[in-house]
Write a protein that binds this ligand. Structure first.
Ligand code: RIB
Ligand code: CA
Length: 311
């Protein structure tokens, strides 16, 4: 069976980095066409650098392009999340500088060019940061919707409430206008919100099971997860949810997730609900809003995928 073609738009970020390592491990099932980066957890220059570092860590041929995108949100003032990711975005881990060639193509132009070329075999766009690049690409070239089978997003919250304000989740809060554009595009979407990722809290035992896999990549994934736990505990006094990796795990094992069809809008008016996602659950919705997950099976899948890296 032909591999699923994916593009990952991200803001690495510790959990984005683990999601990238998952994607690069699943080479039997996923064909990573490219990585696009956006300002989010940390400023755009760092998310671009971090994505290239993780591409090198994965040992992937340098031909997987990494393209830098929007340096700021569409409308609102920029917001970052160094408290949860450290000033570098990778929790202060001492990883080698990026070696692979840095693409000079803008992420939005990469998305448009690539998704115009996948109209014959539509690709999946995985988004684990603010949706700025995606909104710009859809606005500049609405026809790229024909090159997309679905958009899988980590973002938003309904039942759970927010993590950056009482109402808003970070990725949406960081660019609510972009999120509204993407949600309103009508393109099939699957949303891994806090409603699901807060059911996937990591713990030290799970981190050490990842480390015990023994490959250089698994050890670095464990270091990333441990750093995420350390920073999360310092801010929220709990272990870190498996936010961004849940997108890849939902792609690889959709049977482990349950959801409801919805149409989704975003609060864009200034005020305490700014950036809140509002799922309208309805059978004709184009968005699959994930609500529940088999935690143990998902963690087993995470181990299985990271275990594919050779010792
Ligand atoms: O709210 C969690 C999301 O915000 C994750 O994507 C994390 O990387 C941060 O970007
Ligand atoms: Ca992210």
């Amino acid at each position: 069976m032909r591999k699923r073609q994916i593009i990952i738009d991200c803001d690495p970020g510790l959990d984005d980095a683990v999601a990238l390592l998952l994607a690069f491990a699943a080479t039997d099932r996923l064909d990573v066409l490219g990585i696009t980066t956006v300002a989010g957890n940390v400023r755009g220059g760092l998310t671009f650098r971090n994505a290239r570092i993780i591409r090198d860590v994965a040992g992937l041929d340098r031909n997987v392009p990494v393209c830098a995108g929007a340096p700021r949100p569409l409308v609102r003032d920029p917001v970052t999340a160094e408290d949860f990711h450290g000033t570098t975005g990778l929790g202060g881990l001492d990883l080698p500088k990026p070696k692979g060639r840095a693409s000079r193509q803008h992420a939005v132009n990469f998305l448009i060019k690539t998704l115009r070329a996948t109209k014959g075999f539509p690709a999946t766009l995985v988004v684990t940061g603010p949706m700025t690049n995606v909104a710009l690409a859809l606005t500049m070239a609405p026809d790229i919707a024909e090159g997309l089978s679905e958009i899988v997003v980590m973002g938003g919250a309904d039942r759970e409430g927010g993590n950056i304000t009482p109402h808003a989740e970070f990725n949406i809060f960081a660019d609510p206008h972009a999120a509204q554009t993407v949600f309103q595009s009508g393109i099939a979407m699957r949303v891994l919100s806090l409603d699901v990722t807060h059911q996937l809290l990591t713990d030290d035992t799970m981190v050490e099971r990842v480390r015990a896999l023994g490959s250089p990549q698994a050890i670095i994934a464990a270091d990333l997860l441990a750093a995420s736990n350390r920073l999360e505990e310092s801010v929220k006094a709990r272990h870190a949810p498996l936010h961004d990796p849940s997108t890849l795990l939902a792609l690889l094992r959709p049977d482990l997730f349950e959801g409801r069809k919805a149409r989704v809008s975003v609060v864009m008016e200034e005020g305490e609900r700014f950036g809140k996602t509002l799922p309208d659950y309805r059978h004709d919705g184009h968005v699959e809003w994930c609500t529940d997950v088999d935690k143990e099976a998902v963690f087993a899948e995470l181990l299985g995928q990271l275990g594919r890296y050779p010792l």
